[in-house]
Design a protein around this ligand. Structure first.
Ligand SMILES: [Zn+2]
Length: 147
C-alpha cells in the first residue's frame, strides 16, 4: 500500500451528471417538503431540509462526503416513500427523482469531480479511510491519499 499524503487537485467545471443529480436533489426536496407541509408533517421538513442543504453545499464544493450521502440518502428516502403508503403522483415523482441522484453521481466524470480518482492509477473507485472521507483509498491499487 502506497501513501501519497495530501494531494491537491483541480476540480474543474461541474460535469453534466453532477448538475443533473443536483437538479434532481433540489426538485425532490421542493416536492417532498411541499407535500409534507400540505399534509401538516412539519417535523419531516425540519429533518430533511437541513440534510438536503448540507448535501447541496457539499456537492457544490465537490466533497466526497457529499457524494457518499448523495448515493445513500436517496435509498433511505425511497424506503420512506415506499413504506408511507402514499401512491400519489408526487410520491411516484419523488421515487424517479431519487433514483436519478445515485445514478448520475456514480458516473466516472462525477466520481472525478468528487475526488474519487486515484492519483496513481486513475481508477475512479476510491473508498473512505476516515469518517469524513478526507482520506481515501483506491480499490484497484490500495494507494491512500488525503484531500
Ligand atoms: Zn489506484
Amino acid at each position: 500500500m502506497t501513501e501519497l499524503g495530501v494531494v491537491r487537485r483541480d476540480r474543474g467545471a461541474m460535469p453534466a451528471p453532477v448538475i443533473l443529480g443536483l437538479v434532481a436533489l433540489c426538485f425532490y426536496e421542493v416536492l417532498s417538503s411541499g407535500a409534507s407541509l400540505l399534509a401538516g408533517r412539519f417535523a419531516s421538513v425540519v429533518v430533511s431540509a437541513p440534510i438536503a442543504a448540507l448535501i447541496l453545499v457539499g456537492v457544490l464544493r465537490g466533497h466526497a462526503l457529499a457524494f457518499r450521502w448523495g448515493v445513500i440518502m436517496p435509498f433511505v428516502a425511497l424506503l420512506a416513500v415506499a413504506t408511507s403508503g402514499d401512491d400519489t403522483v408526487i410520491a411516484m415523482s419523488c421515487g424517479v427523482l431519487l433514483l436519478a441522484i445515485p445514478v448520475s453521481f456514480s458516473m466516472p466524470s462525477s466520481r472525478r469531480f468528487f475526488g474519487l480518482e486515484c492519483p496513481r492509477c486513475h481508477a475512479t473507485h476510491a473508498k473512505p479511510r476516515d469518517l469524513f472521507f478526507n482520506k481515501r483509498q483506491c480499490r484497484a491499487c490500495d494507494t491512500t491519499w488525503l484531500e
